[in-house]
Design a protein around this ligand. Structure first.
Ligand SMILES: Nc1ncnc2c1ncn2[C@@H]1O[C@H](COP(=O)(O)OP(=O)(O)OP(=O)(O)O)[C@@H](O)[C@H]1O
Ligand SMILES: [Mg+2]
Length: 280
């Protein structure tokens, strides 16, 4: 029987040892509970890994059929548009729009599942360089909206460079996208080092949201605004959340409807697993 033995010396008033009180506590119940807890944790880890694998395989294997729907739709349009009536062409357009949305969705899901499965080692990353690259990638989009992205110098931290780019791409992209009707989006990106952590802010002057939905927006497929108003799949912030989590940081936001939103990201400046692949 598994036991814990506690031995207490028993002394006379003068301090002379006259005996030892031994107490045996049966810990079989405690051990049983611990074993059950360990088994539950192992089972959770297994089912989590299985889900990750499922998400990866499903999204990876769905890429091909989605591409085919798109490609055959293109051929149908190019070769047979004269024999298809207006209604048929409208169906074809809708089918192709749905297929291209499906491709975006699949790619986003793949990005999400690759955050841990295709993780790269942490290396020193200059966040100002990352933001400059993202702004240059978004240049056409910024021009189209007549908006602007302002940036203050930011620190260098231990991070996965690709994932930092994905993080800022999503946050700045959202800041530009969710702008007030008729308004020009201005996104400000700035950061500072507080103790051992780097605090990054991505602030916009857009439509904002009610903070009571804060938890929801970081969950995959959760959107607060209709697809008719603002395009999107609802995966971007789930990607941000997973990236930040893998880096040992946190992400939250402050907002008031109609008065813009500020996303606040905390990331450790130094990472113990620098040079190795860290799992989130
Ligand atoms: N800067 C922002 N201002 C106002 N609402 C926002 C902002 N960023 C995100 N949201 C809200 O949170 C929801 C989730 O954001 P998320 O980036 O995950 O999805 P999305 O931008 O709609 O689609 P995707 O990123 O997949 O293209 C958005 O649909 C929107 O309702
Ligand atoms: Mg988004």
């Amino acid at each position: 029987m598994p036991c814990i033995l506690t031995a207490t010396p028993f002394r006379e008033l003068g301090g002379e040892l006259i005996g030892i009180i031994e107490d045996y506590k049966n810990i079989s119940k405690r051990r049983w509970a611990q074993d059950r807890l360990n088994a539950a944790v192992a089972e959770l880890e297994r089912s989590n890994a299985e889900l990750q694998q499922f998400a990866y395989v499903a999204s990876h294997d769905l890429q091909e059929p989605a591409r085919k729907i798109q490609a055959f739709g293109d051929r149908l349009k190019a070769k047979y548009s004269e024999v298809i009536d207006e209604r048929g062409l409208d169906y074809l357009d809708r089918m192709q729009n749905a297929a291209s949305r499906m491709q975006v969705l699949i790619n986003n899901l793949l990005t999400l599942s690759r955050i841990t499965s295709k993780a790269k080692p942490f290396v020193p990353v200059n966040l100002s360089d990352v933001v400059r690259t993202v702004v240059s990638d978004l240049e056409l989009h910024i021009e189209k909206t007549g908006g602007d992205v302002e940036m203050l110098p930011m620190p260098t931290i231990d991070a996965d460079p690709t994932q930092m780019r994905q993080l800022f791409q999503n946050l700045i992209g959202n800041g530009l996208k969710f702008h007030l009707p008729g308004g020009k989006p201005v996104v400000k990106v700035y950061g500072q080092v507080l103790n051992e952590a780097c605090q990054v802010m991505v602030e916009d002057n857009g439509i904002g949201f009610d903070e009571k939905y804060l938890d929801r927006i970081f969950t995959v497929f959760q959107r607060l605004h209709g697809r008719g108003e603002y395009d999107g799949t609802g995966v971007g912030l789930a990607i941000c959340h997973k990236i930040v989590e893998r880096h040992g940081g946190s992400i939250t936001a402050k907002s008031t409807p109609g008065k813009g939103a500020t996303f606040v990201v905390m990331l450790p400046v130094k990472h113990p697993s620098r040079g190795e692949v860290a799992d989130g």
